[in-house]
Design a protein around this ligand. Structure first.
Ligand SMILES: Nc1ncnc2c1ncn2[C@@H]1O[C@H](COP(=O)(O)OP(=O)(O)OP(=O)(O)O)[C@@H](O)[C@H]1O
Ligand SMILES: O=C(O)C1=C[C@@H](O)[C@@H](O)[C@H](O)C1
Ligand SMILES: [Mg+2]
Length: 174
């Protein structure tokens, strides 16, 4: 049996916060592959990016996602860029996948105060965020069975909508 729900979306969409709330609602455990990667590597994601680079991080992430999809039966949040891996996208076929979307302004606001996101640590985080959203939107949509715009919702409201979305979800496209 796979996860009850898999959550994808860009940084700041609320995958971690909403994933935990959704797990509480459903009475299941929560797991976040970003934490799994840090446990595997024995260091913070920002240190992996700085020390070994993004490609090394993506390889660790792909393994962590495969493992979590195989043995976690609660709510599973993936790292924001996990869908960049074709192997991961294939593993998500027939899984209940919730895509949490966030607009550029709100996403930049939510992530703006944190230095823990290496991909957004450059000189113009807003432009980086915009490019990231444009590049990844089709990939999030490819794997999602349900999409929720989180811009005007509090995290607990997003979790409630996710429960409805999971109930009425349509299968992801190939
Ligand atoms: N719907 C929301 N409304 C207001 N604030 C939110 C909402 N969702 C998340 N946040 C806030 O935005 C920040 C980022 O949320 P969170 O860490 O859950 O994002 P994430 O999708 O897991 O990001 P990452 O990909 O970097 O792990 C947190 O401070 C969180 O409290
Ligand atoms: O969007 C991304 O590529 C990332 C999001 C985070 O969840 C982490 O997985 C990491 O910071 C990379
Ligand atoms: Mg997170």
């Amino acid at each position: 049996m796979g996860p009850r729900a898999v959550i994808v979306g860009p940084p700041g969409a609320g995958k971690t916060v909403v994933g935990q709330l959704l797990a509480d609602h459903l009475g299941v455990t929560f797991r976040d592959t970003d934490t799994d990667v840090e446990d595997l590597a024995g260091k913070a994601i920002s240190e992996i990016f700085t020390g070994e680079g993004e490609q090394a991080f993506r390889e660790l992430e792909e393994r962590a996602v495969a493992r979590a999809l195989a043995d976690h039966d609660g709510v599973l949040s993936l790292g924001g860029g996990a869908v960049l891996s074709e192997a991961t996208r294939e593993r998500l076929v027939e899984q209940p996948v919730v895509f949490l979307s966030v607009g550029i302004s709100e996403g930049a606001r939510r992530t703006g105060l944190s230095t823990a996101r290496p991909l957004l640590a450059g000189v113009n985080p807003r432009a980086t965020f915009k490019a990231l959203l444009n590049a990844r939107l089709p990939l999030y949509r490819q794997v999602a069975t349900c999409e929720l715009d989180t811009d005007d919702l509090e995290p607990h409201q997003v979790a409630e909508h996710a429960i409805d979305g999971l109930r009425t979800a349509s299968p992801a496209s190939e």
